[in-house]
Unconditional design. Structure first.
Length: 252
């Protein structure tokens, strides 16, 4: 079972339930659906996996970005796809656990409509803010939010997404109030963060690496239990002022 702290942003590679698969599978291209916009961590992972799968299977694996409704739209479409093994989807806590309870009718049952494929990887997220933000640490960010409840806003990859839940957990543990601005994926959210339209974001590490090093955003901390090899000098959120906080993205 996924715990709210350690595996809040879990992601799973899923396939529409397949009763039987022909022995010559695959004999045509496979579609790997990403329920978020291009440019995010899910998208990066999907394209890496698609490349490896294509070489191993001897058939092209095509990544298809279908953002909307916190991943609900794409997940619903895959649930209704032919159960022949040629349509896969990247799923996660948002689409598999939150959305079916958040919406009166998500349009799919994660327990019956999909079969898991396997673990891809695991990584923490990184808390990044616009350079104009006066806060230069997690402690300063919390203090600033306490002074002006609701004034600071954060972007997410959509309502119910792992990033959205990560910020909710942050608010609860820090006892602060922030304003949520949902997007259709990490790419659009980071674009608006760089443009100064939103104040902060919890990004996947691959998506944030370049813009942090170029100074387009400021990194405050990583969300894992340990520091990241990509940013060894950056503290964890727990180290930086919020003991016990941990949000980890698992890609399956």
């Amino acid at each position: 079972m996924l715990t709210p702290l350690r595996q809040l942003a879990a992601i799973t590679l899923l396939i529409a339930t397949v009763p039987t698969v022909a022995q010559d599978y695959p004999n045509r291209p496979i579609t790997l659906v990403v329920p978020y916009a291009a440019g995010g961590g899910n998208d990066v992972m999907a394209r890496t996996v698609a490349d490896k799968m294509s070489k191993t299977l001897g058939q092209q694996v095509v990544v298809d970005n279908r953002p909307g409704a916190g991943g609900n739209i794409a997940t619903r479409q895959v649930a209704k796809a032919a159960p022949d093994g040629y349509t896969l989807v990247i799923g996660g806590t948002g689409t598999l656990a939150v959305n079916p309870t958040l919406y009166a009718n998500a349009g799919y049952d994660p327990r019956k409509d999909f079969a898991p494929v396997g673990l891809i990887g695991e990584s923490a997220l990184i808390v990044v803010v616009h350079p104009s933000m006066p806060a230069r640490s997690i402690r300063e960010l919390i203090d600033l939010a306490k002074k002006e409840p609701g004034k600071l806003n954060y972007a997410s990859a959509g309502v119910g997404s792992g990033i959205h839940l990560g910020w909710i957990l942050f608010e609860l543990m820090a006892d602060i109030k922030l304003t949520h601005v949902p997007y259709r994926g990490t790419g659009p959210a980071l674009t608006d963060l760089i443009g100064g339209h939103v104040a902060m974001y919890m990004s996947s590490l691959p998506s944030a690496l370049g813009i942090v090093r170029d100074g387009k955003v400021r990194a405050l901390a990583v969300t894992g239990a340990k520091r990241s090899a990509a940013f060894p000098d950056l503290p964890t959120v727990a180290e930086a002022g919020l003991p016990g906080f941990e949000v980890v993205r698992r890609v399956d």
